[in-house]
Each structure stands twice: as structure tokens, then as C-alpha cells.
Design a protein around this ligand. Structure first.
Ligand SMILES: Nc1ncnc2c1ncn2[C@@H]1O[C@H](COP(=O)(O)OP(=O)(O)OP(=O)(O)O)[C@@H](O)[C@H]1O
Ligand code: SF4
Ligand SMILES: [Mg+2]
Length: 359
């Protein structure tokens, strides 16, 4: 076993690079194609938001990076971190990489916490195992870390068990654990879905603030496009295991091209909306990931769908790092407007979804 570090990157080189990642699970019902050719780069100090509905492949992508997939997973593609092949590091049993250089915060804090151990001990153990701290050094660093993540009375809290803390405080403890070894990349997988809206905002702001102060990179996984706004440098929108649109955040919010991104944005509350404004949930459900048809996966739910959308999977157009989208009739273009008018006139899309005339 060996440990690995990453020194200074060459100018312009990404910290993390993912190319054509595929993940498949063999199940009794057939193969689940959870991730279908995902590629992205993440640069040092930047945040990439991965956004999509439940089942779109966000967590499987994250777990692949962290080498946390079950044995039933079949993975292909390339993941490099600072030039190192991450899957080769995992296969070689490299110590002090996962959980040190690259760490992850899960949706449910109890996934990462041991219910029968005091929280301070859990943080101290990480510091002793990975960084070789003495018992007393680790104990005082645990108090400092809780203070850093905004846990009040940290010297008292370190002696508490997870069940004695609120959901928000537990998640702060998990963030403290993830930060303990000063990672260069933090993957936050829906870190705030288990807490209420006010706590959610505090935790997201805390993560963003820590990222800036420590110069970390972050992958922020969320089903809520609103969470990415103002916090992410780049956004990748996932649907049915594929990235269907990706761009820098300003471009994506100002100039989105994929009807799914547009639908996601319509489904979130906006500050300027009146209090009782009705949101526009996305009709229908995401497709099955077993034996998907050779068509645009969003077609059954897409108000723009035309017959060509049902004859093959649209490719993600454009160059990596630029605005890319996988759509034949993109919103905000003449083709998109023509498709929408035709569907409104017909009252139905080519995939059979009824369309009203009020969009
Ligand atoms: N161990 C597994 N075995 C079989 N299928 C799996 C396994 N893990 C995930 N999947 C399937 O892979 C697909 C993607 O799952 P994933 O957990 O990545 O979704 P997600 O985007 O994170 O959704 P959510 O927002 O609900 O967390 C889903 O269809 C899921 O059922
Ligand atoms: S317009 Fe066609 S290709 Fe684009 S999202 Fe809709 S169904 Fe898919
Ligand atoms: Mg998930």
C-alpha cells in the first residue's frame, strides 16, 4: 500500500477529470444503466453543481469517484485526480487518499456517524488514522473543527453522542469530519435534504464559505437548481444517467437550451414569486433505467418533442468546457420555438403528451 499526494497542477489542468463514465448494475430485472457516458472537468477552487431529479445518476457518479460502489457495479471510463488514475489508486488499495484528498458528505448524516461513539472521538479518530495526530492533539483539533463549522459550545459538544444533536448540528459534525484532513475536493451529495429550509441555507452557505477560505474544489449534488444558483461556477444537469446540459452557471441560468433544464427551473420557487405562486412541477416520471428506448429519454415529458426526438439518443453537442446540450429542438432557438408552436397547434407532442397553449 502507498499514499498519494497531489502537488501543484500545471496551469489550466483540471484537478478532477471524468471521461465517458459508464456505470451498470446487474440486477434480477436486468441491467440498470445508472450512468451513461458522463464527462466533466473540475478545476481547483471551483464548484461544479450536478443537478437532476431522483434516479438521474448523481449519487452513483459521486460514489464512483469515491470508490464506494457495491461489487455488482460495472464501471468503465476514466477518472483522474491531479493526473492520477483514481480507479487504479482504488485497485492498489492506496491509503490516505479517499477520505483525505477527496471526501464526501452524504444526504443523511447518520450514514457517516457511529451512533454509539461521541462525536469528538469520531473526528479525532479520523485525524489520528490519516494524519498520525496524538490523542491529545486530535482531541483539541476536533474542538477547533466543530468551532470552524459553527457548532456552538464545541468543547461540550465533542462529548455528546449523535442522537443528542439536532439534524443540522449532526450535519455540521459530518462536515467537520469531511474537512478534518484538509481535502482538496469535497463532494457534497444533497447535504441538506434531511434538514429544514432555514438550516439548509445556513449549511450551504457554510460549505461555500469554507470552500472559498480553504481554496477547496467542490462537487455539489442537488435536485434543486436553485441551490446551484450563486454557489456553483459550473453546472451539469443530469437526466437518466446522462449529462443533458452543461455550462458555466451564468450562461446556464441566462441562456439555458435544454427543455429539461427549463422545466427544472420552472419547478423551483423564486424570490420574486408571490407567496402563493403555483409552481410548475415537471409532469410525468423519469424513465426506467433498464432497457431504455433508443430515443431522447426526456421525450415523453417534453413539450417540444418532435418525431426526430424518438429516433435515437441526441448527442451532447459542443466542446468540453463550453456550453453543451443534448437536444434537437433547444429552447430559446428558432427550432425550439417552431417545435413548440407546432405542438401547441396540435395540442399534443410527437410522444403523445398533451400541450396547452399557455406557455
Ligand atoms: N446498488 C444498486 N443496484 C442497482 N441499481 C442501483 C444501485 N444504486 C443505484 N441504482 C440505480 O441507479 C440509478 C441512479 O441512482 P442514483 O442513486 O445515482 O440516483 P440519484 O440521482 O442520486 O437520485 P436521488 O436524487 O434519489 O438521490 C437509479 O435507477 C437507481 O435505482
Ligand atoms: S426537444 Fe426532443 S431532443 Fe430536445 S429534450 Fe425534447 S424530446 Fe429531447
Ligand atoms: Mg442520490
Amino acid at each position: 500500500m502507498r499514499s498519494v499526494g497531489v502537488g501543484a497542477l500545471m496551469a489550466g489542468d483540471p484537478l478532477l477529470s471524468v471521461r465517458d463514465l459508464h456505470v451498470r448494475f446487474a440486477t434480477e430485472r436486468g441491467d440498470v444503466n445508472a450512468v451513461n457516458g458522463v464527462s466533466f472537468d473540475l478545476h481547483e477552487g471551483q464548484t461544479l453543481a450536478i443537478v437532476g431529479e431522483s434516479g438521474s445518476g448523481k449519487s452513483v457518479t459521486a460514489k464512483t469517484l469515491m470508490n464506494l460502489l457495491p461489487r455488482s457495479a460495472r464501471v468503465s471510463g476514466e477518472v483522474t485526480y491531479g493526473g492520477h488514475d483514481v480507479r487504479a489508486l482504488a485497485a492498489a488499495g492506496t491509503k490516505h487518499f479517499f477520505g483525505v484528498q477527496m471526501t464526501m458528505v452524504f444526504q443523511d448524516p447518520m450514514t457517516s456517524l457511529n451512533p454509539v461513539k461521541r462525536v469528538g472521538e469520531q473526528i479525532a479518530e479520523t485525524l489520528r488514522y490519516h494524519l498520525g495526530r496524538s490523542r491529545s492533539e486530535a482531541r483539541s483539533e476536533a474542538v477547533e473543527l466543530l468551532d470552524t463549522v459553527g457548532v456552538p459550545e464545541p468543547a461540550r459538544r465533542v462529548r455528546q453522542y449523535p442522537h443528542e444533536l439536532s439534524g443540522g448540528l449532526r450535519q455540521r459534525v459530518v462536515i467537520a469530519m469531511a474537512l478534518a484532513c484538509r481535502p482538496r475536493l469535497l463532494i457534497a451529495d444533497e447535504p441538506t435534504t434531511a434538514v429544514d429550509v432555514t438550516v439548509q441555507k445556513h449549511l450551504l452557505d457554510l460549505l461555500d464559505d469554507l470552500r472559498r477560505r480553504r481554496g477547496m474544489s467542490m462537487i455539489l449534488i442537488t435536485h434543486d437548481l436553485g441551490v446551484a444558483r450563486g454557489r456553483a461556477d459550473d453546472v451539469a444537469v443530469m437526466y437518466a444517467g446522462r449529462v443533458v446540459e452543461t455550462a458555466d452557471a451564468d450562461t446556464l441560468f441566462a441562456d439555458m437550451r435544454h427543455p429539461y433544464t427549463e422545466a427544472l427551473l420552472r419547478s423551483i420557487p423564486r424570490i420574486e414569486d408571490p407567496v402563493h405562486h403555483r409552481l410548475d412541477p415537471i409532469q410525468g416520471r423519469p424513465p426506467e433505467s433498464i432497457d431504455p428506448p433508443e430515443a431522447c429519454a426526456f421525450a415523453p415529458r417534453c413539450a417540444y418533442a418532435q418525431s426526430d426526438c424518438l429516433n435515437g439518443v441526441p448527442e451532447l453537442d459542443g466542446l468540453l468546457g463550453l456550453h453543451r446540450f443534448a437536444c434537437l429542438h433547444p429552447t430559446g432557438t428558432e427550432r425550439g420555438a417552431a417545435a413548440m408552436s407546432a405542438n401547441q397547434a396540435a395540442g399534443v407532442t410527437a410522444a403523445g403528451m398533451p400541450v396547452g397553449g399557455d406557455r
